[in-house]
Design a binder for this molecule. Structure first.
Ligand code: WT7
Length: 662
């Protein structure tokens, strides 16, 4: 099966088709509309001259040491070059120039640790911290182009480490702190990182959770890693190797100034790994000029950001692209003041987020539907205890937001005053692509509405023809955009096959979508073997490989089943090896063992919600597992068409086994 195969998983409306009957509309608040950063004319401007529009954005958002000669070079499509010949430094743009412009005292981050410790970091502080870290990396031999892996929790040093890398032109690869040692090792090896930056541990639900042991385990298999730089966060005991260095011993003694060098607009900024439809994660490569333009412009326009007034909070982890674009690069390029929170929403109590909004007077909040649904479960009386009156724009990202969650968010958090911007994008797109504009768009609950100015999206049928209003199909992007991935690290062929071969000339996003009668877009979830669990992107194949790597498992099939809170949940069907005794095969202990095995191989977020031991799996005549049927079983739906099954009795057996197990 190729990456872009959509066999048997067409863009079904399913439960979401009823969304299209949603008729509620929310006009932008008059005052916001009157003072909005962008008005309705922006769409026409961008449609008339797309490249001119992005060139203006690049000029408005960034300080270039050398201006570009050409906005876009698409002559070697699908390999794009944006702002060809331009030169700039990402860290200078994010930090130094704001200090030079007299804003050194402006707060860049109000940081809130989970145990309640806080730090306030101004742009001037950040400039010193980043300069010291850059000097330290130079001392450790980091040169332009070298890769640095960052495995860190939500602390200011994570931002500092990223910017220090960017300052030196050393692409960073941030690996989410929830990933396992194996996942970290694979990523370090794939991009050949020479330095790893990490911490002793992090605070999680009131406990100290060690991170360093996973690094030790990973680095043991990475002989080319020269050093591991360790930030002290919790102070817990850590094992020490001869590669390890304390951050405070190496960084704190460095000079607080460092002269940034300007790099080519297409210089690699970072690699971010994400799951594809095969077992091997893809290293998504983002470069400098286009990416920064895209995330800064969208951050300014979609959130209507007023840098001198707003307190902005993206409540996501820096280890995902949302954090890269809307905690780090977008907000800092725009000179914004952000909140950054280390911990979980219910530590020490379920009102923690609302307490933070109240305390820092947050005016823009950006989070995921899965979190909103969790808050819904906890009850509206929790946020009602806090003053949320400073909020003026609410954002959503990561998965389709169901109208019920949208309305709850708007009403209980936004007190019916705030627009909700449902922003569709991906790791690959670098920044937001489809979203309302809060001062322009009359929002519909559940719809991401229209492509942003300068972005061209459409919905096409199997043959690649745009569908009419009222119809569904596959979401495609029909023109290149500045934040687009440039390739998959080390694998140009996979880049072409995955994104550009399903519909020639168009970027295939992997999502199903519908156009409603007004032509507005409704995202319907993935159409490939990728799941979206609580906003985390997981590959069915990757979890299957993890299960099969367990000595007791012969074969497995994984599906994403609809889940009330997490959107989708992982359900695994497993065929055990003949050597496993029957009484063990039925036991809960084995299921727990397999779930923990997946956590160890990938991450706790990939743990199956359910593991079902089966005797056989449904397959097509060509041997492809029919996940669609398994999903029906997992969701207790009536089974779909089984005519292409090699042996249709398999499904009866699986269903019967399930019924017996209940
Ligand atoms: C996939 C990308 C974008 C940063 C976080 C996730 C789904 C994302 C929406 C939305 C419907 C959405 C898509 C997409 N998705 N935002 N507003 N409405 N679906 O990044 O891990 O690269 O996942 O998330 O399925 O393809 P990611």
């Amino acid at each position: 099966m190729t990456e872009t195969s959509t066999e048997g998983t067409g863009p079904e409306g399913g439960a979401l088709s009823n969304l299209l009957h949603e008729t509620r509309r929310f006009d932008p608040p008059a005052e916001l509309a009157a003072n909005a950063n962008v008005k309705a004319d922006v769409y026409q401007r961008a449609a008339d001259d797309r490249l001119g529009f992005w060139a203006d954005a690049a000029e408005q958002c960034l300080t270039w040491e050398r201006k570009w000669d050409q906005v876009l070079d698409w002559s070697n499509a699908p390999f794009a070059k944006w702002f060809v010949g331009g030169k700039l430094n990402a860290a200078y743009n994010a930090v130094d120039r704001h200090v030079e412009a007299g804003h050194g005292d402006r707060v860049a981050y109000y940081w809130e640790g989970e145990p309640g410790d806080t730090r306030t970091i101004t742009y001037a502080d950040l400039q010193k911290m980043v300069s010291q870290a850059a000097n330290a990396l130079v001392e450790l031999g980091v040169q332009t182009g070298d890769r640095v892996a960052i495995y860190m929790p939500m602390i200011p040093e994570t931002v500092v480490a990223m910017l220090a890398c960017a300052r030196l032109g050393a692409p960073h690869t941030v690996v989410f702190g929830g990933f396992s040692a194996t996942a970290l090792r694979d990523r370090i090896q794939d991009c050949d990182a020479r330095i790893v930056i990490t911490v002793d541990g992090q605070y999680r639900r009131g406990n100290q959770a060690a991170l360093k042991p996973a690094v030790d385990e990973a680095v043991a298999d990475c002989p080319d890693v020269r050093n591991v730089l360790v930030v002290r966060r919790t102070g817990q005991d850590v094992a020490w190797t001869d590669k390890d260095l304390w951050w405070h011993e190496v960084v704190d003694r460095q000079p607080t100034t460092h002269t940034p060098e300007a790099f080519d607009a297409e210089h690699p900024l970072y690699v971010m790994y994400t799951s594809g439809t095969t077992g091997k994660p893809k290293g998504i490569l983002h470069t400098t000029g286009g990416y920064l333009t895209h995330c800064a412009w969208t951050h300014w326009a979609v959130f209507d950001l007023k840098p001198e007034k707003d307190i902005f909070w993206t409540a996501a982890d820096i280890g995902w692209v949302t954090g890269h674009s809307y905690i780090v690069y977008g907000p800092l390029i725009n000179g914004a003041t952000s909140v950054m929170y280390e911990g979980t929403p219910d530590t020490p109590h379920q009102g923690r987020w609302w307490e933070i909004i109240d305390k820092y007077k947050v005016s823009i909040l950006y989070t995921a539907p899965t979190t909103i649904r969790m808050f819904m479960k906890w009850g509206a009386e929790v946020p009602a205890r806090y003053d949320l009156s400073t909020l003026r724009v609410l954002g959503s990202v990561g998965e389709p937001i169901n109208p019920e969650a949208y309305i709850w968010y708007r009403h209980n958090i936004g007190h019916d005053r705030t627009p909700v911007v449902d922003t569709w994008w991906q790791t690959e797109t670098g920044g937001q692509m489809i979203s309302p504009l809060p001062g322009v768009t009359a929002g519909k609950p559940g719809s991401a509405m229209t492509a942003l100015p300068g972005v061209s999206a459409d919905v096409v049928d199997d043959a690649g023809k745009p569908v009419a209003n009222g119809q569904g199909g596959y979401l495609v992007l029909t023109e290149p955009w500045p934040g687009m991935l440039r390739t998959i690290w080390g694998d140009d062929q996979r880049y072409q096959d995955t994104y550009w071969s399903r519909f020639p000339g168009f970027y295939f996003a992997g999502d199903g979508a519908k156009k409603d009668e007004d032509g507005d877009l409704w995202l319907l979830g993935r159409v490939d073997d990728v799941m979206n669990v609580a906003g985390h992107r997981l590959s069915t194949t990757e979890i299957e490989s993890a299960l099969v790597s367990h000595p007791k498992v012969a074969e497995s099939a994984v599906v994403g089943a609809t889940d009330e809170t997490t959107g989708q949940a992982v359900v695994a069907f497993v065929i055990l090896r003949g050597s496993v005794p029957a009484e063990e095969a039925q036991g809960a202990e084995l299921a727990a063992e397999l779930r923990n095995h997946v956590a160890k191989e990938i991450s706790p977020i990939a743990k199956p919600r359910q593991i079902l031991m089966v005797a056989d799996l449904p397959k097509t005549r060509s041997g492809k597992i029919m996940r669609r049927l398994l999903r029906d079983v997992a969701e207790n739906r009536k089974m779909g068409d089984v005519t292409t099954l090699q042996d249709s009795s398999v499904m009866d057996l699986i269903s019967a086994g399930l019924a017996a197990g209940k």
